[in-house]
Design a binder for this molecule. Structure first.
Ligand code: ATP
Length: 383
């Protein structure tokens, strides 16, 4: 797909038809790291690229930053084209309205905190007088909670403080778009949880459009306005965190984001005004109140998967009669007490389902129970 004269004033970034190939040195084998990627990033939003290692997130971000040249496609920022493979336009990184915080923060160890933060105001795109720089740097260090560390060597900062310093320096560039590549991955779990909330609140305070790369689905769900799920260089789904979690578009998304029971089956029919998809599975008929738009009208017999999250599988002690959609007799295989709930694995014939049950469920391994799969949260997946 080729777009010329991209003008999208509501969008800070527009990418279309982006493709990037790498040639492996030893084997001369060509791999497609980014394959026909396209999306628009609304101004002021927190926009996350999520996917497993090697899916092309960083390469997409580096193409945006101008650190990689794509083989095909178009990139515009603020309605101005910064890259066009067809027009052979490739604006230099320093001339793009961005600031990037790499995974390693890019903080200079031989400089003090103040000098690290002040660097872009001395040598960057938007320089200013020493006096103005001093005021702005101190104000920014104050905002990110580093005011009292200005005279310390940057190596004397903790991991979380270094991350804040990197963010302060990036924000002092006054970028239109902030690019963050797994900025929390070097920190321990507790600090990550604390800093993700901080990062999100800084982003909202400064209103800066942010493109965030992570392989951590928890981070993506907690921080983003929009998530792009990538797999093998391609986009699997774009949506809000709730859309991605509650209505995954593919097996990959259902499995990668959150935990999912996936049951194979074939379409039995599509019923009612709500287009409820009924799927014949080895345990019986499953009614799916949700489904992504099918690639073609879903004809009976088409192979699909049904996704149901453990929190939407109810375990009850009354055993239902067989034959009713979404209600099945089952046997408990294992239970795990987690304080606020019990994680239960049940066997419905040859299918194992994970469920979140009441912590005080009066049933254990080997007991006959019933499982109810809420049709409202049962999703038919076409791919
Ligand atoms: P990670 O989370 O591990 O950083 P990622 O999703 O960001 O992964 P990329 O770093 O974009 O993935 O890599 C995508 C693919 O491109 C991978 O197969 C990677 O090996 C390959 N790749 C990336 N950079 C290069 C390069 N400079 N030369 C050759 N192959 C590369």
């Amino acid at each position: 797909m080729i777009m010329q004269n991209l003008v999208a004033p509501d969008h800070a970034v527009t990418i279309s038809g982006l493709e990037k190939r790498f040639t492996r040195r030893q084997s001369s084998e060509v791999s497609l790291a980014v394959d026909d990627v396209g999306f628009t990033v609304p101004r002021g939003s927190f926009f996350t690229l999520l996917g497993p290692s090697g899916c092309g997130k960083t390469t997409t971000l580096r193409c945006l930053a101008g650190l990689e040249s794509a083989d095909r496609g178009e990139i515009s920022m603020n309605g101005k084209s910064v890259f066009s493979a067809q027009a052979r336009r490739d604006v230099a990184p320093e001339d793009r309205p961005i600031a990037m915080v790499p995974q390693s923060y890019g903080i200079w160890p031989h400089m003090k905190v103040y000098d690290n933060a002040a660097f872009p105001l001395r040598y960057g795109r938007k320089t200013c007088s020493r006096a103005e720089a001093r005021t702005r740097v101190h104000a920014m260090l104050d905002q990110v909670g580093l005011a009292e560390y200005a005279d310390r060597w940057s190596t004397q900062l903790s991991g979380g403080q270094q991350q804040r310093l990197a963010l302060a320096r990036a924000l002092l560039c006054e970028p239109e778009v902030l690019l963050l590549d797994e900025p929390l991955s070097n920190l321990d779990a507790k600090l990550r949880a604390q800093l993700r909330a901080e990062l999100r609140s800084f982003q909202q305070k400064f209103g800066v459009t942010t493109l965030y790369v992570t392989h951590d689905q928890g981070e993506a769900l907690a921080m983003s306005d929009t998530i792009v799920v990538m797999n093998r260089g391609r986009i699997e789904q774009i949506g809000s965190p709730a859309e991605i979690y509650d209505s995954p578009a593919s097996r990959f998304v259902a499995d990668f984001v959150g935990s999912a029971n996936l049951v194979p089956g074939v379409v039995d029919g599509v019923r009612g005004a709500d287009n409820v998809v009924e799927v014949k599975t080895s345990v019986g008929i499953l009614r799916c109140g949700r489904s992504a738009t099918p690639p073609a009208p879903p004809t009976a017999g088409r192979e699909v998967h049904v996704c149901i999250r453990p929190e939407h599988v109810r375990v009850v002690t009354e055993v239902p009669a067989a034959g009713e959609p979404n209600r099945f007799p089952a046997r408990i295989t294992s239970t795990e007490y987690l304080g606020d709930r019990r994680e239960v694995v049940v066997a419905v014939d040859d299918v194992s389902l994970r469920a979140h049950a009441d912590a005080h469920l009066r049933a254990g391994p080997g007991d006959e129970v019933g499982v109810l799969l809420d049709p409202e949260w049962t999703v038919a997946l076409w791919s």
